[in-house]
Ligand binder design. Sequence first.
Ligand SMILES: *Cc1c(COP(=O)(O)O)cnc(C)c1O
Length: 404
Amino acid sequence: MTGSKTSGEHDQATRAVSAGRVGDWAEHIVNPPIYRGSTHLHANCAALKEAGKSNHDGHFFYGRRGSPTQWALADALTQLEPDAFGTMLYPSGVAALSGALLSSLSSGDVLLMTDNVYDPSRGMANGLFKKMGIETRYFDPLDLDDYSAKFCDRTRAVLLEAPGSLTMEMPDIPRQAAIARERGATSLIDNTWATSLGFPALRHGCDIAIMSLTKHVGGHSDLLMGSASAGERHYRRLRRTAQQLGAYVSPDEASLCLRGLRTMPLRLQRSMDTARQIARWLRDRKEVAHVLCPFLEGDPGYSIWQRDFTGGCGLFSFVLAGRSGAQRAALIDTLDLFGIGYSWGGYESLALPFDPASMRSVMRWPKPGWKEDDRLGVRLSIGLEDATDLIADLERGFAAMDKI
Ligand SMILES: *Cc1c(COP(=O)(O)O)cnc(C)c1O
């Protein structure tokens, strides 16, 4: 779905309030109506034929192509992504990743993937893509020489992510995207962590910006959805591929997602502020060997985060100092205010144990220079609770951990 360009001078929160309000309904009502329907009716046979021929975005045609409800969400995301021409919606973040990658790759091509990628992206590459004859090579996101050396004349696409999943390394995305462009490869970024508000990926040189809307945009842990935004040329490919794959999101969920989007800037800011307080507190704890948080002063990724990003969110990780798996479980199981489960970016805080060693091909875990025993990770997704309450909860967790 294509939308008008952002009126860039407005603050992000201001833009998020009214983004996507286009179409006849917007003159009469604040939120788009929920149009449920597979069949769209055409006035006569001539109109049916005409609709099939032009088949533009934003015209009723057939349910799978969406209705004003889905178009409003896609338009809003386009308006919030500087330099985007259009946005496609997908039934999940993973579906957005596969749909966008398939729009850029064919059998015989080579895909470069950041080694700290979201693990299901690795599963997609090593499963479906391998079966299709697409070869994937993993590179160290912190080593531009390694990245450059992995290109060959069959490299058609690179999948970037910032920061890396679980381990939170902050790569130099503008350089990585520029190198991909020089080498004639399409650069795609999984921009779920910062969103277009915290990292305008297309403006930093990426070709396709992908988000799991399940996380921050939905924001309430009650839906799954994904998006891919791009300039005109890549958008046309995204659209063609998504239509061939039958990608579709329901109007009910698009409406919920749009509701989440209105408060996203506020939620992101609040979660990040609280997360920074907790990260600082964790850094001073003797039970914690490393805090992995690019928006924390002193983090190895902090200078790049400051240079390239205008925001962040409540998601970061820490590594326990020489504790056992049972001790880590005692810590997490003791927490009252943190749920245990996948996903993140909702209004409630979550804690997740992670062990990335088996999810890396070229990067080491524990990281170079770390003690071998400092390896058990905990990822926190900070929600909208009070920082003092969350810290008290973690303090109880540490006490329980060290009773074992
Ligand atoms: C959760 C997540 C996804 C996938 O999103 P779903 O909507 O759950 O399919 C993709 N990338 C990252 C970085 C994620 O954290």
